[in-house]
Design a protein around this ligand. Structure first.
Ligand SMILES: CC(C)(COP(=O)(O)OP(=O)(O)OC[C@H]1O[C@@H](n2cnc3c(N)ncnc32)[C@H](O)[C@@H]1OP(=O)(O)O)[C@@H](O)C(=O)NCCC(=O)NCCS
Length: 163
């Protein structure tokens, strides 16, 4: 099994959005409502949203296993940290080190720009991801509840990992 992590650009937006939809519809129904999944996918993965993020410097990576795209990550520098906005791996490809490779790529980026930690927000009920983050060296910093409009709330833990 060969895992490759490559930079994603404007030409990869449709691919990333497709991966996101398939992962979110498989993973999140146990955690948030269908209506919230639709709402958050539109807010996070519409073509103009991703294009705008790429323009402002958000780094996107696609992870492929044996040349087939299986996951992705996105992050950006945020003060003294790198904020890992997104980290998603298809169910069939999980538990094989793909997520770890993507987090390592974010950590390498953090080292290059000289920031001290990686931070992220994870839904409090996303137990599998929380266990993976703990295994990857993250720890809990605080709980946050954010009103994201249309009656939806993100009920998260902020987790951090030193670089
Ligand atoms: C979280 C996620 C990205 C991890 O990706 P992955 O490719 O499965 O992770 P890896 O195989 O690289 O595993 C990394 C470490 O986490 C551990 N791990 C992964 N999933 C785990 C789980 N469900 N329970 C316990 N440990 C887990 C692995 O054993 C490994 O630990 P090790 O380095 O000590 O062996 C993936 O599970 C995922 O996409 N989940 C659904 C979407 C999601 O919730 N994303 C996060 C949004 S905030």
């Amino acid at each position: 099994m060969v895992v490759a992590v490559e930079r994603a650009g404007v030409g990869d937006i449709a691919l990333v959005a497709d991966l996101a939809r398939s992962i979110w519809f498989e993973h999140y129904p146990a955690i948030i409502s269908w209506a919230q999944i639709h709402y958050m996918l539109e807010r996070g993965y519409a073509t103009d949203v991703i294009a705008g993020e790429l323009e402002r410097g958000v780094e996107w990576r696609i992870a492929s296993v044996d040349r087939t795209p299986r996951g992705f990550a996105a992050w950006e520098a945020f003060g003294t940290a790198i904020k890992l906005h997104k980290l998603y791996v298809e169910r069939a490809a999980r538990g094989q080190g793909v997520g770890k490779r993507l987090v390592t790529a974010a950590a390498e980026a953090a080292q290059r720009i000289g920031v001290r930690e990686i931070c992220l927000a994870v839904n409090k009920r996303n137990h599998g991801a929380i266990r993976a983050y703990l295994a990857l060296g993250f720890s809990f910093r605080r709980a946050v509840r954010a009103d994201i409009g249309h009656g939806f709330v993100m009920d998260d833990y902020v987790m951090v990992r030193p670089v």
